[in-house]
Design a protein around this ligand. Structure first.
Ligand code: NAD
Ligand code: ZN
Length: 401
């Protein structure tokens, strides 16, 4: 079968690899209909991880069940399914508490297991024609309709970025009426803004510099902030202070808290965005977004960090990042009594009810999808998505195109 294979830093190729085989009675094999390219793939693509040549990428996968093992009871050949990017056994101490991102069984060597990802176990990715799914009963979420229908891309996003964005709003404690700032308007940040609006936030600011992404922010009804136009913290506070309705509702003393109650980091560590290091030139240091959030979030507020601060990056120009250390201004976090939550998303915890929001027509996360391309276009798509060029915001590979 054909698959997207990592070759070297900034180089992937589409080539023939062996078809996957059933390895256990609880496996199934799916024929992939859609596989997303994710900002998380860029950590591997840009060489910040231990990814080895030959790795098949792809952790955002959806398809049709082709074959099931004799131990699989709740799904059958022909079912349309989407797969959480975390692989989980479903029965260990962490899984039964809904913490499927930390399944203790699926990858004995590290805290996480997933498809096609460095350090997440021996599982191949789904940017390919076929994919083996372990613990198929647990890891397949059944989807109505037919492959390629109007909701295909909405459902595909249940594999990762929609639940991850939702997780960001959960960690940031977004409630009806909340004021929210999201840093990053990539797929995760855009959908974090979208989820904040779904959850009834009163004001949602989304910070980035890429014009097409900021345009999407506006389209969904949030407020775009371009960080190249000045300190985003000041921009947001100035906008709030400049609104006579907000100011007119304050009691004396309340003007001290002109930041927001909820902050979300949907950027993470991206060496290419650090001035002097490489391409885009957005930040002075890896922790800039975290520091800005600590500044912007009001006392007693919450910060959800879903952006990945990657393990030691020996190639980094920053000394701390080299060791995987990302310092927080802890005294300020303490003084303000800010709650900080972070980690990989337990996709399974959210994807049932996010799926049902899609079915009910109350969520259309696919508004972030910019490109639907055949598998063969993956090398060019990776390049452009990585460079954030030509409006490449979210790419979905379609092996059957
Ligand atoms: P992406 O690379 O497309 O998006 C990052 C965005 O941040 C870009 O639009 C970039 O222009 C913007 N940015 C860069 N510097 C900035 C700054 N200083 N201020 C504001 N914005 C800035 O990637 P994505 O797919 O949206 O993913 C975002 C992050 O979420 C990545 O770190 C990814 O690994 C992570 N992620 C985490 C999980 C999880 O389980 N926690 C799951 C999926 C993705
Ligand atoms: Zn992803």
């Amino acid at each position: 079968m054909l698959a997207v294979v990592y070759k070297a830093n900034s180089q992937v190729k589409v080539e023939e690899v062996e078809d996957p085989k059933m390895e256990s009675p609880t496996d199934c094999i799916i024929r992939v209909t859609s596989a997303g390219i994710c900002g998380s793939d860029l950590h591997m693509y840009e060489g910040r991880t231990t990814s080895k040549a030959g790795q098949v990428f792809g952790h955002e996968n959806m398809g049709v069940v082709e074959q099931v093992g004799p131990g699989v009871t709740s799904i059958k050949k022909g079912d349309r399914v989407v797969l959480p990017f975390n692989i989980a056994c479903g029965t260990c101490f962490d899984c039964v508490r809904g913490r499927t991102e930390a399944c203790l069984v699926a990858n004995p060597e590290a805290p996480h297991a997933g498809y096609g990802y460095a350090g997440m176990g021996p599982y191949r990715g789904g940017q390919a024609e076929l994919l083996r799914v372990p613990w198929a009963d647990y890891n397949c979420l059944k989807i109505p309709g037919k492959p390629g229908d109007d909701l295909e891309d909405d459902f595909l996003l249940l594999s990762d970025v929609f639940p991850t964005a939702y997780h960001g709003t959960e960690l940031a404690n977004v409630r009806p009426g909340a004021t929210v700032a999201v840093f990053g308007a990539g797929p995760v940040g855009l959908l974090a803004g979208y989820c904040a609006l779904l959850r009834g936030a009163s004001e949602v600011y989304v910070v980035d510099s890429v014009p097409e992404r900021l345009a999407k922010v506006k389209e969904m009804g949030a407020i775009p902030i371009d960080f190249t136009k000045g300190d985003p913290v000041k921009q947001i506070m100035d906008l709030r202070r400049g609104n006579p309705l907000i100011m007119g509702a304050l009691r004396s003393g309340e003007e001290k808290a002109m930041g927001v109650m909820c902050g979300i980091d949907a950027v993470g560590y991206q060496s290419r965005d650090i001035k002097g290091a490489d391409a885009h030139g957005g930040r002075e240091k890896p922790t800039q977004v975290l520091e800005q959030l600590v500044e912007l979030v009001n006392p007693t507020g919450s910060i959800g960090v879903v952006g990945v601060y990657i393990a030691p990056d020996p190639g980094a120009s920053d000394e701390n990042a080299k060791q995987g250390i990302y310092p927080l201004p802890w005294a300020k976090v303490f003084d303000k009594g800010i709650t900080v939550g972070t980690g990989q998303t337990p996709v399974k915890r959210y994807n049932y009810f996010l799926r049902d929001l899609i079915i009910a027509g109350r969520a259309r996360p696919s508004m972030i999808v910019s490109h639907r391309l055949p598998l063969q276009d993956a090398p060019d798509a990776y390049k452009k998505f990585d460079a954030r060029k030509d409006g490449y915001t979210k790419v979905i590979l379609k092996p059957q195109l």
